[in-house]
Write a protein that binds this ligand. Sequence first.
Ligand code: AMP
Ligand code: GLY
Length: 451
Amino acid sequence: MKVLVLGSGAREHALVRGLLADPVVTDVIAAPGNPGMAVDAVCEPLADITDAAAVTALAARHTVDLVVVGPEAPLVAGVGDALRAAGYAVYGPDAAAARLEGSKAFAKEVMATASVPTALAHVCTTLTEVAAALDALGAPHVVKEDGLAAGKGVVVTDDRAVALTHAEACLSRPGGQVVVEEYLDGPEVSVFCICDGSSVRALSPAQDFKRIFDGDQGPNTGGMGAYSPLPWAPAHLADHVIEVIAQPVVDEMRRRGTPFVGTLYVGLAMTSRGPRVVEFNVRFGDPDGQVSLARLVTPLGGLLYAAATGRLEEMDDLHHRPEAAVVVVAASAGYPASSRSGDVITGVALDAEGAAGTAQGADETDGADGADGAEVAAGRRPAEVLHAGTALDAEGRLVTAGGRVLNVLAVGDDLAEARDTAYRALGDVRFAGMHYRRDIALAAARGEIHL
Ligand code: AMP
Ligand code: GLY
């Protein structure tokens, strides 16, 4: 089976690796990919991944059997529709179903119809309506821009004036609409549901760290790290999410004539009254998807193909390894407000292992020495590097090319071991301005999270 993967981040790098590990997959083409993916797969330039004609032409040129769409933008733009119209099996929804991520008001409406537990919400188009909704729901205030906003559209604040200012900015844009929501308390969980339009299977839940600084301080980011499993979560959380959230939504989308095929990413708050939906996305999380996928034993190519062709019912339940997975994101100077490109990255081997600390730049003087030897002696799996914002400069050096530069992903017997492996490997990676959180999975590993 030949598979085209659309996207250029660490999520897509993980998808490429997962697909290549499935014996039924013979070829993976990534577009546009990145230098890490280029080691594993064929990368094709693609100036605009939302350009449906260009993507369809690429699928035709490589006579692919399956297209896996990584990010949401091409899905919302209708790339899935164009590929299906051209006869391709596509893992990722059509534009009409991608509205579950593309419009928060639409997602709320579907949840209401399907009786899915979520925050109370008011959809507002004027500042007067916003003010009334803020007063009706009380603080803390949650104000969300309706459309895709790359994680920047949500403000959570105790300050009514800040909430109103954000709403005013959103409403001033063409077609401006905001959703004012009840505040949901409790830890957040990501559950990735594989959907084929009628059936659903769920990956093992993950937790993402959205804030830039340790202790969940500072501004929101795309995600700075993640882990799975969640030792503190209810044992059958994934089954519960299928039963009360994903299956009702998939049934409702099919009833509307817009079946949902792809990943329904259920973002939950584990409130004292039970799990409530914070958001839907229509693709795997990044970096939270990486840890759920790292624990998936069921071959990925066969699974995504079954979903893309409406044959999930024929698959057994998904199998996950019992081991824990931890991923830590290394960001470039200035992230998330900005990012810096062109900083030379050392300590990342551009080879099939993609390992950290095995090549150039490993600093033998700071205690990082022997880490790899110790890992091997202890029978540990080495950490792997997933590329996100990386590029090769004119001299062929690996350099930063975005905010979230790379992920270090490790699997271990438990969260403590996976963390240890990931952080040791990250200690060997260097670039000017590099920063990352030190507390990914720490509270969970210490047993400090309680519901
Ligand atoms: P969203 O874009 O809807 O995922 O929101 C981004 C982030 O804002 C979420 O991951 C939460 O941390 C926070 N958030 C969103 N909605 C709520 C809510 N109703 N209550 C509390 N926090 C929220
Ligand atoms: N890590 C959160 C997201 O992918 O939306």
